[in-house]
Design a protein around this ligand. Structure first.
Ligand code: ADP
Ligand code: MG
Length: 302
């Protein structure tokens, strides 16, 4: 997953469960990594042959395609040709000419039928960077359950996924990362859910033009997102949904997220931190959320 992992399970089955869950995460990585030459996605991206797709990959691809259409491709699983040109896959960063970006963008559309998932047109490529960790986390939690684990905390590259509550029956206390570095600004008491954050503060580069460019793009334009949002955090039942929503809401903003929340039965919660030191959170967190610093403005969405 190109990232760190820490898994803390409790109870008699912890050791057995951890081992199986770690294997599961490695198995998923072998399906979805865009950079591992042995992975299925790498083969889809780098060969013109038909590739046999595993069931989990078919599921994730279908889910992602639906989310692309749901966001008019602001969230875009097929943006890899563009993000690669910017250097986000290699670390050789550059700001491409506008002309180049508009030439690459047509490669980032999905026009194939869903019955053609294993035959991506030449030049196109899949990137599960925005949802892969959440999906792998869900699979790992499932495996822990199958192994009789009832209490665990998984940290997969900053994505937190909780199984049950703490062994003593109380909630886990989860601190949100401070996008500016320093003290934890917000803590939330939670159990049995995923806590997933997107922000522009960890992976970005500063170009010769003096501007900073982050690793989250607007899939419609091919440019890194410019926003007054420092981070968006989603608290949801499933890691996959949280991972999608944290990235999508970082791109599309508070109004979009609030509409989505209302049209999806308010079945998740969210926290948004802004550059002007204000905070927005959804009402489901009332009584669970602890603000550990002074905010310039606090807005609760009802
Ligand atoms: P992180 O990986 O830092 O935890 P995200 O879940 O927000 O954060 O995913 C960011 C990754 O998603 C990028 O590194 C890139 O691989 C991919 N990505 C960037 N822009 C988009 C987009 N518009 N739609 C889908 N995936 C994207
Ligand atoms: Mg994400």
């Amino acid at each position: 997953m190109n990232t760190f992992m820490s898994l803390r399970s409790y109870g008699a089955n912890a050791e057995k469960g951890n081992k199986a869950a770690e294997e599961e995460i490695l198995r998923i990585e072998k399906l979805i990594s865009a950079t591992d030459p042995d992975s299925t996605v790498y083969k889809i991206n780098n060969s013109d042959n038909e590739v046999t797709l595993q069931e989990d990959l078919v599921f994730l691809l279908n889910y992602s395609i639906d989310r692309c259409f749901e966001t008019d491709f602001a969230f875009n699983t097929f943006l890899y040709p563009v993000t690669k040109r910017w250097g986000f896959t290699t670390g050789n960063y550059t700001v491409p000419a506008a002309q180049e970006i508009s030439e690459l963008l047509p490669l980032c559309n999905w026009e194939e039928g869903k019955d053609q998932l294993n035959k991506l047109s030449s030049g196109k490529a899949i990137d599960f960077g925005a949802v892969g960790k959440g999906f792998a986390g869900d699979k790992a939690i499932e495996v822990l359950k199958q192994n009789g684990v009832t209490s665990a905390l998984l940290d997969l590259g900053g994505n937190i996924q909780l199984l049950g509550s703490k062994p003593d029956g109380t909630d886990f206390k989860i601190g949100l990362k401070n996008p500016r570095g320093g003290e934890v600004p917000v803590a939330i008491s939670l159990s049995d859910c995923a806590v997933i954050t997107s922000g522009g503060y960890e992976r970005y580069f500063t170009a010769d033009d003096g501007n900073s460019y982050i690793h989250i793009f607007d899939g419609r334009t091919g440019y890194p997102v410019k926003t007054n949002i420092l981070s968006t955090t989603i608290i949801s039942k499933k890691g996959l949904e949280g991972d999608f929503l944290s990235t999508a809401s970082f791109i599309l903003g508070k109004e979009w997220l609030t509409d989505y929340w209302n049209s999806h039965n308010r079945s998740f919660d969210f926290v948004i931190l802004y550059e002007d030191n204000s905070i927005t959170y959804s009402q489901g967190l009332t009584g669970r959320i602890n603000l550990l610093q002074e905010f310039s403005w606090t807005e609760v969405i009802n």
